[in-house]
Design a protein around this ligand. Structure first.
Ligand code: FA5
Length: 365
């Protein structure tokens, strides 16, 4: 607080001027600092007015009045500095915001491409009467192998590069595995329907194998189709493959089956779909070559392999309690990631990218 001036001989007008500056100092300091500064130190400011009184003060009292003026000025400057600090944050913000500039929209997320693929595969099969199911990803050896005509120690099991879970085995159903394929759903579905066909199942789930390269991941997804009824033949299988090829990849896409071996189907096939880049011919137009054509770089042969299929082995029907003399069936199992990477317009040369969480990769979908 400035010292008391009552000892000085000030005129009534001078006393009013002093009272004005003291009253202004007692008010809360708010608003822009420069405006407040003007109220004290501007031409008509209350401090300017009080400082001008010096010429009226008697010489003997000028020193005391000068000291009082300094105290008042210091107090006003301190309060102005506080005000400046208070408004500094608002000042910076308002100085940098141009409210007329269009806003930056937040990035809009979307489902993961694999979730998209699962949805569209499900829709395609549901349209023709398949029921979407999902069976355990951690399952008994019985469902993953033994019920599929792969007895313990059968060499065919090696192909599945299986992860075994360290947990007590069941005396009836064997060890616990991370399912290496969705075929574990075959006998589970027969059991769910109490061994009473018709069965039209589409089982989509995660699978696990000890594999890792540009076309293999340790965790991936498969979709497994199973149809069991009276009079089911390879023609039904081939018709279903063609229907899926056209529905998923677009009109004109063809399917092809080649002889193969699986323990749980007989006969067994590998399934290929025609390449959308060369239309299944294996060749594309090339103005620079002599023949006017070159090998299609995407497929090299006109076809892409997506997975396996076949007619359900009688031993599998038997494991599911179904009479193989009365009923027949077909099954197929494909990788979701593999099937999806073959879609026209996608650029995926390494399926590990699906699980990289890399925004630049995910934005293209
Ligand atoms: C099987 O898994 C059989 N269960 C398929 C089947 C079902 C045949 C019903 C007959 C009847 P295969 O091991 O070939 O088959 O795998 C099928 C597909 O799964 C492969 O073509 C590939 O697309 C996908 N796949 C397999 N392993 C991996 C992996 N590690 N990473 C990504 N995709 C994989």
């Amino acid at each position: 607080m400035p010292s008391d001036l009552s000892a000085l001989t000030l005129s009534a007008t001078a006393q009013t001027t002093v009272a004005a500056v003291l009253s202004a100092m007692a008010q809360p300091f708010s608003g822009p600092t420069e405006t407040k500064r003007g109220e004290f130190f501007g031409k008509k400011g209350s401090f300017t007015a009080v400082a001008a009184l010096m010429s009226e003060v008697v010489p003997a009292e000028r020193k005391a009045f000068g000291q009082w003026l300094n105290q008042v000025k210091t107090e006003i400057e301190t309060k102005l500095a506080d005000l400046d600090q208070q408004t500094a944050g608002q000042k910076t913000e308002s100085a940098w915001i141009d409210w007329t500039i269009p806003g930056i929209l937040p990035a809009v997320g979307h489902l993961h491409p694999v979730s998209h693929a699962i949805e569209s595969v499900t829709r395609i099969f549901e349209k023709v009467g398949f029921t979407r199911v999902r069976y355990p990803e951690v399952d008994w050896d019985w469902y993953a192998f033994e019920s599929l005509n792969m007895p313990k120690n059968h060499p065919a099991r090696d192909e599945w590069e299986t992860f075994f879970v360290e947990t007590p085995a069941s005396s009836k159903k064997g060890k616990v595995v991370l399912t290496p394929h969705t075929s574990n759903g075959q006998v589970r579905e027969m059991e769910r329907l109490k061994s009473k066909p018709p069965i039209r199942m589409i089982n989509i789930a995660r699978c696990y194998r000890r594999q890792q390269d540009a076309t293999h991941t340790q965790m991936f997804h498969q979709f497994e189709g199973l149809v069991v009824d009276k009079g089911i033949t390879i023609q039904h299988l081939k018709g279903t493959l063609d229907y899926f090829a056209e529905s998923f990849y677009g009109p004109g896409t063809k399917s092809r089956i080649r002889p193969f071996h699986f323990q749980f189907t007989e006969p067994s096939f590998e399934v290929d779909f025609s390449c959308h880049v060369c239309g299944g011919t294996g060749q594309v137009a090339d103005s620079e070559s002599d023949t006017g054509k070159r090998k299609c770089r995407f497929c090299k042969s006109g076809w892409h392999e997506v997975g396996g299929a076949g007619m359900v082995h009688p031993n599998v029907l038997k494991a599911g309690g179904i009479d193989s003399e009365v009923y027949t069936g077909f099954a197929f199992g494909w990788g979701v990631e593999r099937t999806y990477t073959l879609k026209p317009g996608l650029q995926i040369d390494d399926i590990r990218l699906f699980y990289s969480g890399e925004p630049a990769f995910l934005r293209q979908f």
